[in-house]
Design a protein around this ligand. Structure first.
Ligand SMILES: [Fe+2]
Ligand SMILES: [Fe+2]
Length: 314
């Protein structure tokens, strides 16, 4: 593709649905937004059981609102992807149910205990906030607009997760130890959330050239570590010795020793081949099948009325 068509002297061009744009741009933007939308759905499904398991009415209400937000984020994003004209929303949802849609590594792992909930609601949502804040200036305008609303709600999610962590870490020693154990299990996955180091990232080069991505994976991971290591320590969590983190005091940044992370597992997860992937995707597939009759009923109504607006009653 001739990159001159997507660049101006001031940087990458911004595109709206009515603009002409290269097919390669449409495909790259669709791939990126579909991945993001799938991740919102799968994150919501991972947390859904905790609406029932929440220990108080307040927590149930907050968890219920959060899960609804995540599914709402997915809908906004599927629409933002659909306007690129490559795939419809239904096609993307079908791909996800069929196990073909890709999504974030953290949402492939099972979450069974309430003490694990801040790992997603605080750390993963905190990491997601970092990435999503930079996407408010992505070059695909419907995506950038969706991010305005999404980031506003993510701010609430992170506060909610932080409050659960604070409460658990103010509890009895046995609870604090269980949270620490959960943290040690989730920490490497959270570090991998931002994906591989830049040289290994397959799509990074093109996506940043055309302004879809505005910050590199490693820069985002740095910003996350600088903000969240002090927060974890503030609540009494100990950062595990492995994977090793080296703090460069002169530059004020952490370096993750990449070889301490299991990249084979990361790539297995990325292909939906991890042992837990089927279970997570299956829960989404069963739900989609269970409401098939609603979609069919709406499709038949639409074709019977040929798209006419419902008549007002006399
Ligand atoms: Fe979200
Ligand atoms: Fe969230």
């Amino acid at each position: 593709m001739d990159l001159d068509t997507v660049k101006t002297e001031a940087g990458p061009r911004r595109f709206s649905p009515k603009d002409d744009m290269p097919e390669e741009y449409r495909k790259a933007a669709t791939r990126m937004i579909q991945f993001h939308a799938n991740s919102e759905v799968m994150g919501g499904y991972l947390e859904k059981p905790f609406i029932r398991q929440a220990p108080s009415l307040d927590r149930k209400l907050a968890f219920s609102a959060k899960v609804q937000d995540e599914i709402g984020h997915a809908q906004l994003l599927y629409r933002a992807a659909e306007t690129l004209g490559v795939k419809t929303r239904d096609e993307m949802l079908d791909e996800l149910a069929a196990g073909e849609g890709k999504f974030l590594n953290c949402f492939h792992y099972p979450m069974t205990d309430w003490v694990e909930t801040p790992m997603i609601a605080f750390f993963v949502d905190g990491a997601a906030m970092r990435r999503q804040a930079t996407l408010k200036s992505t070059s695909w305008q419907p995506y950038a607009h969706a991010m305005d609303k999404v980031c506003f709600e993510e701010g609430f999610h992170v506060k909610h997760g932080e409050d659960i962590l604070r409460e658990l870490m103010s509890g009895p020693k046995a609870t604090r130890e269980r949270v620490q154990e959960a943290f040690e299990e989730w920490w490497p996955r959270i570090l991998q959330f931002f994906g591989p180091v830049n040289e290994q990232s397959t799509h990074h080069g093109f996506a940043s050239e055309v302004g879809l991505k505005t910050m590199a994976n490693d820069e985002l991971r740095q910003a996350f570590l600088n903000a969240y290591i002090p927060k974890a320590e503030k609540y009494g969590l100990e950062i595990p010795d492995e994977p090793r983190l080296i703090y460069h005091e002169d530059e004020g940044r952490y370096e993750v020793v990449e070889e301490d992370l299991d990249w084979d597992e990361f790539w297995t997860v990325a292909k939906n081949d991890y042992e837990g992937s089927d279970e997570q995707i299956g829960s989404r597939r069963r739900r989609q099948e269970a409401v098939e009759w609603v979609r069919n009923a709406m499709d038949s109504w639409e074709s019977a009325s040929a798209g006419a607006a419902p008549q007002a009653a006399d």
